[in-house]
Write a protein that binds this ligand. Structure first.
Ligand code: F3S
Length: 638
C-alpha cells in the first residue's frame, strides 16, 4: 500500500490510522516550565516513581526572576526531574522547541509536548503533537495519548522561494487560506519538489505556526537538508530518510508554487488576518522583535545581521532580538553576526520566550510592534491597546531599518545565508536524571500549590450561564500570559483574580457570587491558542462545569474532559443566539444522556430545549463520569 509520512510513522509505531482514535505511546516528551510544574505535581499525585518515555523539561518561559516564585519553580523542577527520570534544560539553554529541534528531534519518531507549538519538530520528519499538561503527565506515566485520528492534508510544494521570502511567508499564506480553525483535526504534510528548497529553519517556522491553524501536527519529509542539519548539530546518526510514497493518498491536497510567495504579514489581532507586506507598507513602528520559538534560528538572526550590517536601527525603533538557543547564540557570536547586530543598535535579550507572551518588552500605549513571533492576540504583548504585526525576519529587519513596515524586496540583492557546518556544544546546559533518585530531596516553595481535582458527574446538572463569548476565544482571553501571570502557574487559586479579564474585566470581582456549578457558552473554535490547562483549571476551581460552544479547539476540549468538565457542541448553531448570560441551563439524566453522546439541554429561563452533541469516545465518557484524568489514573494506580 502507498503511504504518506503520517501513515508510515503510525505503521512503524503499530498504530492503526483507520481506527477513529490513536493510542499514541511517544518516543519522546517535552515539557516547558510554564506547564511543567503542574505536570510534575500531577505525576506526584498519581504516585509515579519513574517516568517511562525519554523526557526533557525546559526552563524557558519563566526565566524572569522578580521575587522567589519562578526560582522556586525551577528549583522544584530540577529536583523532581532528577528524581523521576527527566532531563532538565537549564534556564538560558533556550526555548524548548528550538533546543529540542537542535538536540533531540529525530525523523520517524513521535514527540508529545505540553505546549501547543510542539509540532515544530515536524521540520525534521518527527510526528509531534501538543497536548494539555495532564495528558502529558499521563503519557510520562506510561499511558498512551489518545488522539482522534486526524485527516491528512497534503501540501504539494513546487518551485523555490523568491529572494526575501521565507518560511514565515509560506505559513502566513496558508493561514490566510485556511484560517485559525482550518487545521483542526488535521495533520499538514508537505511533499513535492519544492521541499528540498526550504531550509530546516523555514520548515520549523511553518510547522511551529501550524498550531495557529489548530492543526494536530505538521510534518516534512526527512531528506538531505535534514541530514545536513542534524550533522551540523553533531547528530549525523539520528538521520534517516523519510518521505511519503510517490502516489500516497491525502484527504485533501493543496498546491503551492513557492515562486509566487510574496512577503506576507498578519495584521492585528489574529494570525490569520494576513495581507501582503506591500499592502500595509509605511505603518510607523516603535518596536521590532526577532525571536520566539517561531523565528529564532541561526538563519533568522543571520539574515537580520546582513540587513543591518553597517547601518543603524531607525531612531524611533527598539529592535529586540532573542536567540532561540544557546547553541544558536554562540554561533551567531562566533560568526561575527552578533557584532554586526550590536553595532547597528540591536538590544540582545536572553535565549528565552521573553516578549512572545508578554514577559518584558511590552510596547508603549497604542504602540505598533512588528514581531517574528506566532501570535498577535489583543493584549498578549502585555499592552492591551498595542497593535502587533507578525512577519518574517527579513521583513522585520527591513522595517527596523526604515522605522515603518517595509517590504524587504526594496533592499536589493538577497544575501543567501550559508548554513554553518557545525554548532558549539551545549551539553553542560542539560542536567541528566539522578543515578540515586532516592536521595534527591524535592523542595516546594510556598507558591507551589496542589492542582485542583474535577468532580464526578452528577445525575442532574443545573448550570446557569455565567459567561457568553464569541468566536475564536483564545486561552489568553480566559487566562492571560505575562510575567505576573506566569509566576502564578504553580498556584491556581492565586490566578483567580485574573480569570476572563480580557473578556469581562469585572468577572473576577463577582467570583464570590457564583453558584456551585455554572457554564460558559461560546462560539466557534473556542479555546484556541496556547495549550495551557490553567485556562480550564482556574475556571474549574470557581465552579465552571460545562462549556457549550459551536466548536472547540482540540487541546482545550481535551483539557476540559481531563478535568471532568463537559464540552458540548450545539447541534443547531443558531441556538447560540437564543441564550443569554444568567440563563438557567439544566440537563436531566445527565449520566445517561452523556453515554448516548446526544444531550438535551433545557433553558429554563427562556423555556425551550435545545440539542447538543458530545462526540465522546468511551474513554472520554469514563473520564467525565469519574471527574477527570487525575481521578482516573489515581484509581488505576492504587
Ligand atoms: Fe515560548 Fe512563545 Fe513559543 S511563549 S514556546 S516562544 S509561543
Amino acid at each position: 500500500m502507498r503511504m504518506n509520512i503520517f501513515q508510515k510513522i503510525c505503521d512503524s509505531h503499530k498504530l492503526d490510522w483507520k481506527e477513529p482514535e490513536l493510542p499514541i505511546i511517544p518516543d519522546q516528551v517535552l515539557t516547558p516550565d510554564a506547564t511543567a510544574t503542574p505536570v510534575f505535581l500531577q505525576l506526584e499525585a498519581i504516585g509515579i516513581k519513574k517516568i517511562k518515555p525519554f523526557t526533557v523539561t525546559y526552563m524557558d518561559h519563566n526565566t524572569l526572576q522578580v521575587g522567589f516564585r519562578n526560582a522556586d519553580d525551577h528549583r522544584y523542577l530540577k529536583a523532581v526531574a532528577a528524581k523521576l527520570g527527566a532531563t532538565y534544560s537549564k534556564p538560558g539553554n533556550g526555548i524548548c522547541h528550538q533546543v529540542h529541534l537542535e538536540n533531540f528531534a529525530k525523523p520517524g519518531q513521535i514527540l508529545v509536548g505540553s505546549d501547543s507549538h510542539t509540532p515544530m519538530a515536524g521540520a525534521v520528519g518527527m510526528l509531534s503533537i501538543g497536548a494539555g499538561g495532564l495528558d502529558v503527565a499521563s503519557v510520562m506515566s506510561g499511558e498512551p495519548l489518545f488522539v482522534k485520528t486526524p485527516k491528512v492534508v497534503g501540501v504539494k510544494l513546487e518551485g523555490k522561494l523568491p529572494p526575501w521570502s521565507a518560511g514565515k511567508d509560506v505559513i502566513l499564506y496558508l493561514l490566510k487560506l485556511l484560517s485559525v480553525k482550518g487545521g483542526v483535526g488535521k495533520i499538514i504534510e508537505f511533499f513535492g519538489p519544492g521541499v528540498e528548497n526550504l531550509s530546516i529553519s523555514d520548515r520549523a517556522t511553518i510547522c511551529n505556526m501550524s498550531a495557529e491553524m489548530g492543526a494536530t501536527g505538521c510534518i516534512f519529509p526527512s531528506d538531505g537538508v535534514t541530514a545536513r542539519f542534524l550533522k551540523s548539530f553533531g547528530r549525523p546518526d539520528d538521520w534517516q530518510a523519510l518521505s511519503g510514497d510517490d502516489d500516497a493518498a491525502y484527504d485533501e491536497t493543496i498546491k503551492i508554487d513557492l515562486g509566487g510567495i510574496e512577503p506576507m504579514i498578519a495584521v492585528p489581532h489574529s494570525p490569520d488576518n494576513v495581507k501582503k507586506v506591500s499592502e500595509v507598507e509605511g505603518v510607523p513602528l516603535s518596536q521590532v522583535g526577532i525571536g520566539s520559538c517561531t523565528n529564532s534560528s541561526f538563519k533568522d538572526l543571520a539574515v537580520a545581521a546582513y540587513v543591518l550590517d553597517g547601518k543603524d536601527v531607525h531612531p524611533d525603533v527598539d529592535l529586540v532580538i532573542s536567540p532561540g538557543s544557546r547553541r544558536t547564540a554562540m554561533k551567531i557570536a562566533e560568526s561575527g553576526y552578533l557584532q554586526k547586530l550590536m553595532a547597528a543598535g540591536v538590544r540582545i535579550l536572553e535565549n528565552t520566550c521573553g516578549p512572545c507572551n508578554g514577559v518584558g518588552q511590552s510596547p508603549a500605549s497604542s504602540g505598533n510592534s512588528l514581531r517574528t513571533y506566532n501570535r498577535n492576540y489583543k493584549g498578549r504583548s502585555g499592552t492591551l491597546d498595542a497593535s502587533v504585526y507578525l512577519a518574517s525576519p527579513e521583513t522585520a529587519a527591513a522595517s527596523a531599518l526604515f522605522g515603518c513596515i517595509t517590504d524587504p524586496r526594496k533592499l536589493g540583492l538577497y544575501p543567501g545565508i550559508p548554513m554553518p557546518e557545525s554548532f558549539p556544544d551545549n551539553s553542560n546546559m542539560f542536567i541528566l536524571p539522578a543515578e540515586d533518585p532516592e536521595n534527591v530531596e524535592v523542595v516546594k516553595g510556598p507558591n507551589i500549590q496542589p492542582m485542583p481535582l474535577g468532580s464526578p458527574l452528577e445525575t442532574r446538572l443545573e448550570c446557569p450561564v455565567k459567561l457568553k463569548a464569541g468566536d475564536n476565544i483564545t486561552t489568553d482571553h480566559i487566562l492571560p500570559g505575562g510575567a505576573e501571570m506566569l509566576s502564578l502557574r504553580s498556584n491556581v487559586p492565586a490566578s483567580v483574580p485574573y480569570v476572563f479579564n480580557r473578556l469581562d474585566p469585572d468577572f473576577a470581582g463577582r467570583v464570590d457570587t457564583l453558584p456551585k456549578q455554572w457554564t460558559i457558552v461560546g462560539g466557534d473554535n473556542f479555546g484556541q491558542g496556547s495549550s495551557r490547562e490553567h485556562a480550564v483549571m482556574v475556571p474549574l476551581l470557581i465552579g465552571m462545569k460545562m462549556v457549550i460552544a459551536k466548536s472547540f479547539a482540540r487541546i482545550f476540549r481535551q483539557n476540559l474532559i481531563n478535568f471532568g468538565a463537559v464540552p458540548l457542541v450545539f447541534q443547531h448553531p443558531e441556538d447560540y443566539d437564543k441564550i443569554e448570560t444568567d440563563d438557567r441551563l439544566v440537563i436531566d439524566d445527565a449520566i445517561h444522556q452523556l453515554k448516548t453522546g446526544k444531550v438535551k439541554v433545557t433553558n429554563q429561563s427562556k423555556n425551550f430545549t435545545f440539542e447538543t452533541v458530545g462526540n465522546f469516545t468511551d474513554r472520554e465518557k469514563e473520564l467525565i463520569l469519574q471527574g477527570g484524568l487525575l481521578n482516573y489514573l489515581r484509581l488505576k494506580n492504587i
